[in-house]
Design a protein around this ligand. Structure first.
Ligand code: CO
Length: 482
Protein backbone atom coordinates (compact mmCIF):
# COMPACT_ATOMS: atom_id res chain seq x y z
CA UNK A 1 0.00 0.00 0.00
CA UNK A 2 1.34 3.35 -0.95
CA UNK A 3 2.16 5.57 2.01
CA UNK A 4 0.44 8.82 1.24
CA UNK A 5 2.61 10.65 3.73
CA UNK A 6 5.83 9.72 1.94
CA UNK A 7 5.52 12.82 -0.24
CA UNK A 8 2.90 15.54 -0.36
CA UNK A 9 0.69 14.64 -3.31
CA UNK A 10 0.88 10.82 -3.19
CA UNK A 11 -2.90 10.47 -2.97
CA UNK A 12 -3.07 11.77 -6.53
CA UNK A 13 -1.45 8.55 -7.76
CA UNK A 14 -3.20 6.12 -5.41
CA UNK A 15 -5.85 3.82 -6.88
CA UNK A 16 -9.48 4.70 -6.21
CA UNK A 17 -11.71 1.62 -6.51
CA UNK A 18 -14.75 2.79 -4.53
CA UNK A 19 -17.73 3.53 -6.76
CA UNK A 20 -20.66 5.77 -5.82
CA UNK A 21 -23.43 4.72 -8.19
CA UNK A 22 -26.29 6.70 -6.65
CA UNK A 23 -25.44 10.41 -6.78
CA UNK A 24 -24.76 11.97 -3.36
CA UNK A 25 -25.31 15.65 -2.56
CA UNK A 26 -22.04 17.39 -1.68
CA UNK A 27 -21.67 20.12 0.95
CA UNK A 28 -21.14 23.44 -0.81
CA UNK A 29 -19.11 26.35 0.56
CA UNK A 30 -19.79 29.63 -1.22
CA UNK A 31 -22.38 30.30 -3.86
CA UNK A 32 -22.82 28.60 -7.21
CA UNK A 33 -23.98 30.61 -10.22
CA UNK A 34 -27.74 30.08 -10.59
CA UNK A 35 -27.28 29.38 -14.32
CA UNK A 36 -24.99 26.40 -13.73
CA UNK A 37 -27.39 23.54 -14.56
CA UNK A 38 -25.75 20.53 -16.11
CA UNK A 39 -22.91 18.16 -15.41
CA UNK A 40 -19.14 18.02 -15.52
CA UNK A 41 -18.21 14.59 -16.89
CA UNK A 42 -14.63 13.43 -16.55
CA UNK A 43 -12.55 10.30 -16.99
CA UNK A 44 -9.16 9.27 -15.72
CA UNK A 45 -6.94 6.40 -14.66
CA UNK A 46 -8.14 5.11 -11.31
CA UNK A 47 -6.90 1.54 -10.82
CA UNK A 48 -3.19 0.98 -11.23
CA UNK A 49 -2.88 -2.57 -9.85
CA UNK A 50 -4.20 -5.81 -11.37
CA UNK A 51 -3.44 -8.98 -9.43
CA UNK A 52 0.22 -8.78 -8.48
CA UNK A 53 1.15 -6.35 -11.27
CA UNK A 54 1.17 -2.58 -11.40
CA UNK A 55 0.75 -0.62 -14.61
CA UNK A 56 3.96 1.16 -15.66
CA UNK A 57 2.69 4.59 -16.56
CA UNK A 58 0.20 7.19 -15.32
CA UNK A 59 -1.55 6.95 -18.72
CA UNK A 60 -2.13 3.18 -18.31
CA UNK A 61 -4.51 3.00 -15.33
CA UNK A 62 -8.04 1.60 -15.72
CA UNK A 63 -10.60 4.28 -16.47
CA UNK A 64 -13.14 5.64 -14.03
CA UNK A 65 -15.90 8.09 -14.95
CA UNK A 66 -16.81 10.96 -12.61
CA UNK A 67 -19.96 13.07 -12.72
CA UNK A 68 -20.47 16.37 -10.88
CA UNK A 69 -24.10 17.41 -11.37
CA UNK A 70 -25.26 21.03 -10.92
CA UNK A 71 -28.75 22.43 -10.38
CA UNK A 72 -30.75 24.57 -7.95
CA UNK A 73 -27.61 25.60 -6.09
CA UNK A 74 -26.64 21.99 -5.37
CA UNK A 75 -23.80 19.76 -6.46
CA UNK A 76 -24.15 15.99 -6.70
CA UNK A 77 -21.42 13.43 -7.32
CA UNK A 78 -21.17 9.88 -8.63
CA UNK A 79 -18.32 7.80 -9.99
CA UNK A 80 -18.17 4.48 -11.79
CA UNK A 81 -15.61 2.36 -13.57
CA UNK A 82 -15.87 2.27 -17.34
CA UNK A 83 -16.91 -1.31 -18.16
CA UNK A 84 -14.37 -1.71 -20.93
CA UNK A 85 -13.13 -5.07 -22.13
CA UNK A 86 -9.77 -4.09 -20.64
CA UNK A 87 -11.44 -3.61 -17.24
CA UNK A 88 -13.65 -6.69 -17.29
CA UNK A 89 -10.87 -8.97 -18.55
CA UNK A 90 -8.60 -7.71 -15.76
CA UNK A 91 -11.37 -8.28 -13.20
CA UNK A 92 -12.15 -11.77 -14.46
CA UNK A 93 -8.61 -13.07 -14.89
CA UNK A 94 -6.73 -11.03 -12.28
CA UNK A 95 -4.25 -10.23 -15.02
CA UNK A 96 -3.45 -7.30 -17.27
CA UNK A 97 -4.93 -8.57 -20.56
CA UNK A 98 -4.91 -5.53 -22.87
CA UNK A 99 -1.88 -3.51 -23.95
CA UNK A 100 -1.89 0.05 -22.71
CA UNK A 101 0.29 3.09 -23.48
CA UNK A 102 3.39 1.77 -21.69
CA UNK A 103 2.33 -1.62 -20.30
CA UNK A 104 1.91 -4.89 -22.15
CA UNK A 105 -0.18 -7.83 -20.98
CA UNK A 106 1.26 -10.99 -19.51
CA UNK A 107 2.26 -13.01 -22.52
CA UNK A 108 3.72 -16.37 -23.32
CA UNK A 109 7.08 -16.65 -25.04
CA UNK A 110 5.40 -17.18 -28.41
CA UNK A 111 2.77 -14.52 -27.91
CA UNK A 112 5.10 -11.53 -27.98
CA UNK A 113 3.59 -10.07 -31.11
CA UNK A 114 1.32 -7.21 -32.04
CA UNK A 115 -0.13 -6.30 -28.65
CA UNK A 116 -1.37 -2.94 -29.87
CA UNK A 117 -3.20 -4.49 -32.80
CA UNK A 118 -6.64 -5.93 -33.13
CA UNK A 119 -8.33 -7.88 -31.57
CA UNK A 120 -6.64 -6.68 -28.40
CA UNK A 121 -6.79 -2.97 -29.09
CA UNK A 122 -7.52 -1.44 -25.72
CA UNK A 123 -10.85 0.26 -25.01
CA UNK A 124 -9.68 1.65 -21.65
CA UNK A 125 -10.92 5.18 -22.30
CA UNK A 126 -9.20 7.14 -19.55
CA UNK A 127 -8.26 10.38 -21.34
CA UNK A 128 -11.29 12.53 -22.23
CA UNK A 129 -15.08 12.76 -22.38
CA UNK A 130 -16.67 14.50 -25.37
CA UNK A 131 -20.20 14.73 -26.77
CA UNK A 132 -19.80 13.50 -30.35
CA UNK A 133 -22.14 12.21 -33.05
CA UNK A 134 -25.12 12.55 -30.67
CA UNK A 135 -23.47 10.37 -28.01
CA UNK A 136 -21.52 10.92 -24.80
CA UNK A 137 -18.17 9.31 -25.48
CA UNK A 138 -15.07 8.49 -23.45
CA UNK A 139 -11.85 8.48 -25.44
CA UNK A 140 -8.40 6.99 -25.25
CA UNK A 141 -5.76 6.92 -27.99
CA UNK A 142 -7.05 3.92 -29.91
CA UNK A 143 -9.89 3.65 -32.41
CA UNK A 144 -12.10 2.21 -29.63
CA UNK A 145 -13.91 5.13 -27.97
CA UNK A 146 -16.67 4.04 -25.58
CA UNK A 147 -20.21 5.39 -25.35
CA UNK A 148 -21.80 5.82 -21.94
CA UNK A 149 -24.99 7.19 -20.37
CA UNK A 150 -24.33 10.74 -19.12
CA UNK A 151 -26.85 10.40 -16.27
CA UNK A 152 -25.92 7.04 -14.77
CA UNK A 153 -22.37 6.65 -16.17
CA UNK A 154 -23.40 3.18 -17.39
CA UNK A 155 -21.19 1.91 -20.21
CA UNK A 156 -23.11 1.45 -23.49
CA UNK A 157 -20.47 0.06 -25.86
CA UNK A 158 -17.88 0.90 -28.47
CA UNK A 159 -18.30 3.93 -30.73
CA UNK A 160 -17.93 2.17 -34.09
CA UNK A 161 -16.10 3.64 -37.04
CA UNK A 162 -17.38 2.67 -40.48
CA UNK A 163 -15.16 1.91 -43.49
CA UNK A 164 -13.11 3.51 -44.92
CA UNK A 165 -12.28 4.76 -41.44
CA UNK A 166 -9.94 2.15 -40.07
CA UNK A 167 -6.76 2.26 -38.07
CA UNK A 168 -5.34 1.40 -34.69
CA UNK A 169 -4.31 4.65 -33.05
CA UNK A 170 -6.38 7.81 -32.72
CA UNK A 171 -6.68 10.70 -30.29
CA UNK A 172 -8.80 11.80 -27.34
CA UNK A 173 -9.00 15.42 -28.49
CA UNK A 174 -11.39 15.69 -31.45
CA UNK A 175 -12.29 19.25 -32.50
CA UNK A 176 -15.82 20.57 -32.92
CA UNK A 177 -16.75 22.92 -35.76
CA UNK A 178 -20.01 24.59 -34.73
CA UNK A 179 -20.58 26.12 -38.20
CA UNK A 180 -20.33 22.73 -39.89
CA UNK A 181 -21.98 20.88 -36.99
CA UNK A 182 -19.33 18.17 -36.92
CA UNK A 183 -16.33 16.87 -35.04
CA UNK A 184 -12.99 16.40 -36.71
CA UNK A 185 -10.28 13.97 -35.72
CA UNK A 186 -7.72 11.63 -37.22
CA UNK A 187 -6.54 8.07 -36.87
CA UNK A 188 -3.36 6.27 -37.81
CA UNK A 189 -3.44 3.07 -39.82
CA UNK A 190 -0.20 1.14 -39.42
CA UNK A 191 0.86 -1.10 -42.29
CA UNK A 192 3.36 -1.60 -45.08
CA UNK A 193 2.28 1.89 -46.04
CA UNK A 194 1.11 3.64 -42.90
CA UNK A 195 -1.26 6.59 -43.21
CA UNK A 196 -3.00 9.32 -41.26
CA UNK A 197 -6.72 9.49 -41.95
CA UNK A 198 -8.45 12.79 -41.21
CA UNK A 199 -12.18 12.42 -40.76
CA UNK A 200 -15.38 14.11 -39.64
CA UNK A 201 -18.34 12.89 -37.56
CA UNK A 202 -21.51 14.96 -37.99
CA UNK A 203 -23.95 15.64 -35.15
CA UNK A 204 -26.32 13.07 -36.69
CA UNK A 205 -23.55 10.46 -36.54
CA UNK A 206 -22.62 10.45 -40.26
CA UNK A 207 -18.93 9.73 -40.76
CA UNK A 208 -16.74 10.87 -43.65
CA UNK A 209 -13.07 10.59 -44.49
CA UNK A 210 -11.57 13.95 -45.47
CA UNK A 211 -7.99 13.09 -46.40
CA UNK A 212 -5.40 10.33 -46.33
CA UNK A 213 -1.76 11.25 -45.77
CA UNK A 214 0.77 8.46 -46.38
CA UNK A 215 3.58 8.45 -43.80
CA UNK A 216 6.67 6.25 -43.39
CA UNK A 217 7.18 6.78 -39.67
CA UNK A 218 3.98 7.96 -37.98
CA UNK A 219 4.50 10.51 -35.21
CA UNK A 220 3.08 10.36 -31.70
CA UNK A 221 0.52 13.19 -31.69
CA UNK A 222 -1.85 13.59 -28.76
CA UNK A 223 -3.88 16.37 -30.40
CA UNK A 224 -4.02 18.52 -33.52
CA UNK A 225 -5.01 22.05 -34.55
CA UNK A 226 -8.12 23.41 -36.25
CA UNK A 227 -8.92 26.80 -37.79
CA UNK A 228 -12.17 27.84 -39.47
CA UNK A 229 -11.07 26.41 -42.84
CA UNK A 230 -8.25 24.02 -42.02
CA UNK A 231 -7.13 21.03 -40.01
CA UNK A 232 -3.44 21.12 -39.12
CA UNK A 233 -1.44 18.02 -38.19
CA UNK A 234 1.84 18.88 -36.50
CA UNK A 235 4.19 15.90 -36.52
CA UNK A 236 6.56 15.93 -33.60
CA UNK A 237 9.86 14.10 -34.17
CA UNK A 238 8.81 11.23 -31.90
CA UNK A 239 8.15 8.56 -34.51
CA UNK A 240 7.74 4.83 -34.93
CA UNK A 241 8.17 2.12 -37.53
CA UNK A 242 5.04 0.04 -38.00
CA UNK A 243 7.22 -3.07 -38.10
CA UNK A 244 8.80 -2.28 -34.72
CA UNK A 245 5.37 -1.69 -33.30
CA UNK A 246 4.27 -5.09 -34.53
CA UNK A 247 7.35 -7.17 -33.76
CA UNK A 248 9.49 -5.55 -31.06
CA UNK A 249 7.59 -7.01 -28.12
CA UNK A 250 7.92 -3.67 -26.35
CA UNK A 251 4.98 -1.67 -24.98
CA UNK A 252 3.43 0.82 -27.40
CA UNK A 253 5.19 4.10 -26.57
CA UNK A 254 8.59 2.47 -26.04
CA UNK A 255 8.76 1.79 -29.79
CA UNK A 256 8.81 5.51 -30.58
CA UNK A 257 12.19 7.21 -31.13
CA UNK A 258 13.08 10.86 -30.54
CA UNK A 259 14.73 12.11 -33.76
CA UNK A 260 15.17 15.88 -33.36
CA UNK A 261 16.87 16.22 -36.74
CA UNK A 262 13.45 15.60 -38.35
CA UNK A 263 12.16 18.82 -36.80
CA UNK A 264 8.47 19.66 -36.76
CA UNK A 265 6.38 18.94 -39.84
CA UNK A 266 3.18 20.89 -40.36
CA UNK A 267 0.46 19.64 -42.74
CA UNK A 268 -2.46 22.01 -43.44
CA UNK A 269 -5.54 20.29 -44.90
CA UNK A 270 -8.62 22.08 -46.29
CA UNK A 271 -11.73 20.82 -44.45
CA UNK A 272 -13.91 20.98 -47.56
CA UNK A 273 -11.66 19.72 -50.37
CA UNK A 274 -9.35 17.48 -48.31
CA UNK A 275 -6.38 18.98 -50.17
CA UNK A 276 -3.07 19.65 -48.49
CA UNK A 277 -2.81 23.42 -48.95
CA UNK A 278 0.49 23.95 -47.12
CA UNK A 279 3.37 22.11 -45.53
CA UNK A 280 6.04 23.59 -43.30
CA UNK A 281 8.96 22.66 -41.11
CA UNK A 282 10.13 23.98 -37.79
CA UNK A 283 12.71 23.26 -35.14
CA UNK A 284 12.14 20.16 -33.02
CA UNK A 285 9.67 20.38 -30.17
CA UNK A 286 7.15 18.14 -28.46
CA UNK A 287 3.63 18.77 -27.21
CA UNK A 288 0.65 16.88 -25.92
CA UNK A 289 -1.79 19.75 -26.25
CA UNK A 290 -2.66 22.18 -28.95
CA UNK A 291 -4.39 25.17 -27.38
CA UNK A 292 -6.01 26.93 -30.33
CA UNK A 293 -5.23 28.00 -33.91
CA UNK A 294 -6.60 30.59 -36.32
CA UNK A 295 -6.13 32.12 -39.74
CA UNK A 296 -4.34 35.46 -39.75
CA UNK A 297 -3.91 37.27 -43.07
CA UNK A 298 -2.01 34.94 -45.40
CA UNK A 299 -0.91 32.67 -42.58
CA UNK A 300 -1.94 30.48 -39.70
CA UNK A 301 -1.22 30.90 -35.99
CA UNK A 302 -0.91 27.68 -34.00
CA UNK A 303 -0.62 27.79 -30.20
CA UNK A 304 0.44 24.77 -28.20
CA UNK A 305 2.01 23.79 -24.88
CA UNK A 306 5.48 23.05 -26.21
CA UNK A 307 8.34 21.14 -24.60
CA UNK A 308 11.91 21.14 -25.88
CA UNK A 309 11.80 17.35 -26.23
CA UNK A 310 9.71 14.29 -25.27
CA UNK A 311 11.31 13.63 -21.86
CA UNK A 312 7.99 14.51 -20.19
CA UNK A 313 6.69 11.08 -21.23
CA UNK A 314 9.50 9.40 -19.25
CA UNK A 315 8.80 11.62 -16.27
CA UNK A 316 5.21 10.39 -16.01
CA UNK A 317 6.03 6.73 -15.34
CA UNK A 318 4.15 5.69 -12.23
CA UNK A 319 7.15 4.51 -10.19
CA UNK A 320 8.73 7.95 -10.57
CA UNK A 321 5.53 9.81 -9.76
CA UNK A 322 4.82 7.59 -6.76
CA UNK A 323 8.33 8.23 -5.46
CA UNK A 324 7.65 11.97 -5.61
CA UNK A 325 10.36 12.54 -8.22
CA UNK A 326 10.00 16.15 -9.35
CA UNK A 327 9.02 16.79 -12.94
CA UNK A 328 11.79 18.61 -14.73
CA UNK A 329 10.37 19.12 -18.23
CA UNK A 330 8.49 22.38 -18.61
CA UNK A 331 5.72 23.03 -21.10
CA UNK A 332 5.18 26.64 -22.09
CA UNK A 333 2.49 28.36 -24.14
CA UNK A 334 4.20 28.76 -27.51
CA UNK A 335 2.94 30.44 -30.68
CA UNK A 336 3.93 29.08 -34.10
CA UNK A 337 3.26 31.18 -37.17
CA UNK A 338 3.36 29.90 -40.75
CA UNK A 339 2.40 31.39 -44.10
CA UNK A 340 0.33 29.28 -46.48
CA UNK A 341 2.53 27.75 -49.17
CA UNK A 342 4.83 24.83 -49.80
CA UNK A 343 7.80 24.15 -47.49
CA UNK A 344 7.61 27.49 -45.78
CA UNK A 345 9.41 28.29 -42.54
CA UNK A 346 7.73 28.61 -39.23
CA UNK A 347 8.49 31.19 -36.57
CA UNK A 348 7.89 30.64 -32.88
CA UNK A 349 7.61 32.72 -29.74
CA UNK A 350 6.86 31.99 -26.10
CA UNK A 351 3.70 33.80 -25.06
CA UNK A 352 4.23 33.48 -21.31
CA UNK A 353 7.34 32.14 -19.55
CA UNK A 354 5.45 29.95 -17.06
CA UNK A 355 4.86 26.21 -16.91
CA UNK A 356 1.42 25.37 -18.23
CA UNK A 357 -0.51 22.17 -18.95
CA UNK A 358 -4.06 20.91 -19.45
CA UNK A 359 -4.94 24.13 -21.34
CA UNK A 360 -8.49 25.29 -21.97
CA UNK A 361 -10.03 28.23 -23.82
CA UNK A 362 -13.49 29.69 -24.36
CA UNK A 363 -13.99 26.95 -26.94
CA UNK A 364 -17.64 27.62 -27.83
CA UNK A 365 -16.93 31.16 -28.98
CA UNK A 366 -13.29 30.99 -30.09
CA UNK A 367 -12.34 27.51 -31.34
CA UNK A 368 -10.37 28.00 -34.56
CA UNK A 369 -10.72 31.79 -34.31
CA UNK A 370 -8.67 34.65 -32.89
CA UNK A 371 -8.78 34.56 -29.10
CA UNK A 372 -7.12 36.06 -26.07
CA UNK A 373 -7.26 33.89 -22.94
CA UNK A 374 -5.82 30.50 -21.97
CA UNK A 375 -6.46 28.77 -18.67
CA UNK A 376 -4.51 25.76 -17.46
CA UNK A 377 -2.73 24.15 -14.56
CA UNK A 378 0.75 25.31 -13.63
CA UNK A 379 3.59 24.78 -11.23
CA UNK A 380 4.07 27.61 -8.75
CA UNK A 381 6.82 26.01 -6.66
CA UNK A 382 9.62 24.45 -8.74
CA UNK A 383 9.77 20.70 -8.16
CA UNK A 384 6.14 20.50 -7.10
CA UNK A 385 3.39 18.77 -9.09
CA UNK A 386 0.73 20.90 -10.86
CA UNK A 387 -0.19 23.14 -7.91
CA UNK A 388 -2.10 26.10 -9.30
CA UNK A 389 -4.57 27.36 -11.90
CA UNK A 390 -3.12 29.85 -14.35
CA UNK A 391 -4.74 32.36 -16.70
CA UNK A 392 -2.63 33.76 -19.54
CA UNK A 393 -3.57 36.85 -21.51
CA UNK A 394 -2.03 36.10 -24.91
CA UNK A 395 -2.30 39.75 -25.90
CA UNK A 396 -0.31 41.22 -23.01
CA UNK A 397 1.54 38.15 -21.70
CA UNK A 398 0.03 38.81 -18.25
CA UNK A 399 -0.26 35.78 -15.99
CA UNK A 400 -2.76 35.44 -13.13
CA UNK A 401 -2.69 32.52 -10.71
CA UNK A 402 -5.00 30.82 -8.18
CA UNK A 403 -3.39 28.62 -5.54
CA UNK A 404 -3.70 27.47 -1.98
CA UNK A 405 -1.18 25.56 0.12
CA UNK A 406 -1.63 21.80 0.04
CA UNK A 407 -4.04 21.62 -2.89
CA UNK A 408 -3.47 20.29 -6.42
CA UNK A 409 -5.94 21.40 -9.09
CA UNK A 410 -6.79 19.52 -12.27
CA UNK A 411 -7.75 20.80 -15.71
CA UNK A 412 -9.85 24.01 -15.42
CA UNK A 413 -12.90 23.61 -17.70
CA UNK A 414 -14.28 26.95 -18.87
CA UNK A 415 -18.07 27.35 -18.85
CA UNK A 416 -19.36 30.60 -20.41
CA UNK A 417 -22.04 32.59 -18.60
CA UNK A 418 -25.31 32.45 -20.59
CA UNK A 419 -25.30 36.18 -21.36
CA UNK A 420 -21.54 36.48 -21.71
CA UNK A 421 -20.13 39.31 -23.80
CA UNK A 422 -16.50 39.16 -22.70
CA UNK A 423 -14.36 36.16 -23.69
CA UNK A 424 -13.59 35.37 -20.03
CA UNK A 425 -17.11 35.90 -18.63
CA UNK A 426 -17.89 32.56 -17.03
CA UNK A 427 -16.55 30.07 -14.52
CA UNK A 428 -13.81 27.47 -14.36
CA UNK A 429 -14.61 24.00 -12.98
CA UNK A 430 -11.62 22.08 -11.59
CA UNK A 431 -11.33 18.89 -9.54
CA UNK A 432 -8.80 19.70 -6.82
CA UNK A 433 -6.97 17.31 -4.47
CA UNK A 434 -6.70 18.59 -0.89
CA UNK A 435 -3.83 16.64 0.71
CA UNK A 436 -4.53 17.97 4.21
CA UNK A 437 -7.99 16.37 4.25
CA UNK A 438 -7.18 13.53 1.81
CA UNK A 439 -10.24 14.36 -0.29
CA UNK A 440 -10.91 16.09 -3.58
CA UNK A 441 -13.27 18.99 -4.11
CA UNK A 442 -14.93 20.58 -7.10
CA UNK A 443 -13.73 24.17 -7.32
CA UNK A 444 -15.73 26.90 -9.06
CA UNK A 445 -13.63 29.97 -9.93
CA UNK A 446 -14.61 33.20 -11.60
CA UNK A 447 -12.80 32.78 -14.92
CA UNK A 448 -12.06 36.48 -15.25
CA UNK A 449 -10.57 37.24 -11.83
CA UNK A 450 -9.68 33.69 -10.66
CA UNK A 451 -11.50 34.40 -7.39
CA UNK A 452 -13.27 31.50 -5.73
CA UNK A 453 -17.03 31.35 -6.06
CA UNK A 454 -17.69 27.98 -4.44
CA UNK A 455 -16.28 24.56 -3.62
CA UNK A 456 -18.01 21.22 -3.03
CA UNK A 457 -16.16 18.46 -1.21
CA UNK A 458 -16.29 14.95 -2.70
CA UNK A 459 -16.45 11.85 -0.47
CA UNK A 460 -12.94 10.68 -1.44
CA UNK A 461 -9.64 11.60 -2.98
CA UNK A 462 -9.87 11.38 -6.77
CA UNK A 463 -6.62 10.34 -8.46
CA UNK A 464 -5.07 12.97 -10.74
CA UNK A 465 -6.57 12.66 -14.17
CA UNK A 466 -6.74 14.34 -17.52
CA UNK A 467 -9.79 15.74 -19.25
CA UNK A 468 -13.53 16.17 -19.26
CA UNK A 469 -16.22 18.57 -20.35
CA UNK A 470 -19.25 20.44 -19.07
CA UNK A 471 -22.57 19.35 -20.53
CA UNK A 472 -25.46 21.82 -20.18
CA UNK A 473 -28.60 19.98 -19.02
CA UNK A 474 -30.67 21.11 -22.00
CA UNK A 475 -28.18 19.49 -24.31
CA UNK A 476 -26.59 16.83 -22.23
CA UNK A 477 -25.43 14.51 -24.97
CA UNK A 478 -24.32 17.25 -27.34
CA UNK A 479 -22.30 19.49 -25.04
CA UNK A 480 -18.63 19.16 -24.31
CA UNK A 481 -17.27 20.19 -27.63
CA UNK A 482 -13.60 19.98 -26.94
CO1 CO B 1 -4.80 15.41 -23.40
Amino acid sequence: MLDKTSFPYGAGFRSLTREILEPVTLPVRGELPAWLEGALLRTGPSKFEVGTRTYNHWFDGLAMLHRFGFGRGRVTYANRFLMSKAFTAAAETGKITYAEFATDPCRTLFGRVAAIFDPKLTDNCNVNVVGAGGETVAFTETTMPMRFAPGTLATLGVFDYQPPLRGQVSIAHPHYDAARKRHYSYMVEFGLQSRYRLFGVADDGAQAQIAELPVDRPAYMHSFAMTERYLVLVEFPLTVSALDLKLSGKPFIQNYRWEPERGLRFHVVDKESGEIVATARGEAAFAFHHVNAFEDGDGIVIDMIAYSDARIIEELYLARLRAGTPIDATGTLTRFRMTLGADVDVTRETLAPVSLELPRINYEAHAGKPYRYVWGTGIRSPGDFLDSIVKVDTKTGDVARWYEDGVYPGEPVFVPAPSAKAEDDGVLLSVVLDIKKDVSFLLVLDASSLTEKARAEAPHAIPFHFHGNYFASANVSKGGRE
